[in-house]
Design a protein around this ligand. Structure first.
Ligand code: PLP
Length: 431
């Protein structure tokens, strides 16, 4: 005997009956005129409160000099103040000479790195990427929609590679990269990935560092956005990509990125990039044409507030104390609503900002639309794939951070109803 609550085991009459009762529940929610948003991974107001004290740490009466004696109010320090480089070097596991500090957004640094590569090439390029008839990037998917948007903007062709349980499908990546010199890069969110919450295994990191790339100026875009964003006391381990690249004899292969957007403020954080000294020197020269120096006061404020890795990790534990109950509620509600239905599966991440859910093939777009019509906004179906096209139309990204626990409870109930409605319609249509 199969599970009687599994939709796949139900006969047509049972499915019709369930459909009618779900429709009633759906109509009740529709009548409530709710407006709930689970679409973007934004910190909630309580999380922003955690860092408000930082704003008082730089006063006009203070010394506003950096460790090297430079005046943070004045021009200079194009790649950041030394103490900011030191902290980001520790966060990313590299040395200070391998780091550059930027403005408030790591996405800007990624965008600008690609923009410069298209116009001028990267360190070691024979010609600007943009001079080639086609430039391609490997996009492990599901992935981060804004990475894909950068590729679209620069007309970079995106090649989808599946995300497996421990990172991108490396057999596919190695085969592609070894044969095609127009493949210039790969997007990676290596820890608590957006949206799957996956952390790359040591083997995947090693293979990325070691693989043979036909393009000698191939780059890994290592977006370590969630590197200190744990939800449990037993954080995932990620091995160091820059060390692995050096050991493999490919020291210039990787650009690493991170920011304090989800440590302090998305609207007023500090971003950083890292790579080999050759990469950083090359990049610094180009950026020195664009600016005489970033906002060093904000860097100073961040260093005074976050201090060192120990303080940073205490601070992140306070974020986790706010976020964990939200993730737990989403997961327990999904389990109670859908756990035995046989029509959806989802990840249980140890960190990061998302729960990634897969429906039966062909059901995500309808479920997301039904949820929107009942007042629950989710990330658009398909957004987690290049060109907004999920080939199996099944991935839904849930962002639990911003809504309250009560709102999440309701939103997941609505979403679960919508997924069941879409699934029953599909199953009945197939009979
Ligand atoms: N990278 C990933 C994987 C993200 O999920 C996000 C935001 O959601 C960002 C980068 C944005 O980073 P920043 O605020 O530093 O531009």
């Amino acid at each position: 005997m199969g599970n009687t609550t599994d939709l796949l085991n139900m006969n047509t009459e049972q499915l019709n009956e369930l459909y009618a009762s779900l429709k009633e529940r759906y109509a009740e929610f529709q009548n409530q005129n709710m407006k709930l948003d689970m679409s973007r991974g934004k910190p909630c107001p309580e999380q922003l409160e955690l860092s408000k004290a930082m704003l008082d740490l730089v006063a006009s009466s203070d010394s506003l000099r950096a460790l090297d004696g430079s005046d943070c109010l004045n021009y200079g320090g194009v790649d950041g103040i030394p103490e900011a480089k030191d902290l980001f070097a520790q966060i990313l596991g590299v040395s200070s000479s391998e780091v550059m500090i930027g403005g408030s957004s790591s996405l800007t640094m990624m965008h600008d790195t690609i923009s410069r590569a298209m116009l001028h090439g990267v360190y070691g390029s024979q010609q600007p990427w943009g001079k080639l008839p086609t430039v391609k990037f490997i996009c492990p998917s599901p992935g981060y929609d804004r990475h894909f948007a950068i590729c679209e903007l620069f007309n970079i062709e995106m090649i989808v590679v599946d995300m497996l349980h421990d990172g991108p499908d490396m057999d596919a990546v190695e085969a592609l990269v070894s044969e095609d010199d127009s493949i210039k890069g790969i997007w990676c969110v290596p820890k608590y990935s957006n949206p799957d919450g996956i952390t790359y295994s040591d083997q995947v990191v090693e293979r990325l560092a070691e693989m043979t790339a036909k393009a000698n100026d191939f780059r890994i875009f290592w977006d370590d956005a969630y590197t200190v964003h744990h939800l449990t006391d037993e954080p995932d381990h990620l091995s160091n990509i820059l060390s692995a690249c050096k050991e493999a004899g490919n020291p210039d292969r990787v650009f690493m990125f991170c920011s304090t957007s989800k440590i302090t403020f998305p609207g007023a954080g500090v971003a950083a990039m890292a790579g080999s000294v050759a990469n950083i020197n090359y990049t610094r020269k180009q950026i020195a044409v664009q600016t005489i120096g970033p906002d060093k006061i904000n860097q100073l404020r961040h260093i005074r507030f976050l201090k060192d890795l120990d303080h940073l990790s205490d601070h992140m534990a306070q974020h986790a104390a706010i976020l964990k109950p939200k993730f737990d509620r989403v997961l327990s509600k999904l389990e109670s609503e859908l756990g035995e239905r046989g029509i959806a599966s989802w990840n249980k991440p140890n960190g990061g900002y998302f729960v990634s859910l897969n429906t039966l093939d062909g059901c995500a777009t309808i479920a997301v639309k039904l949820a929107a019509d009942a007042g629950v906004t989710l990330t658009a179906a398909g957004a987690t794939f290049p060109y907004g096209r999920d080939p199996r139309d099944r991935n839904i990204r849930i962002a639990p951070s911003f809504p309250s626990v009560e709102e999440l409870e309701k939103s997941i109930e609505v979403l679960s109803i919508c997924i069941q409605l879409a699934s029953i319609e599909k199953l009945l249509a197939e009979r």
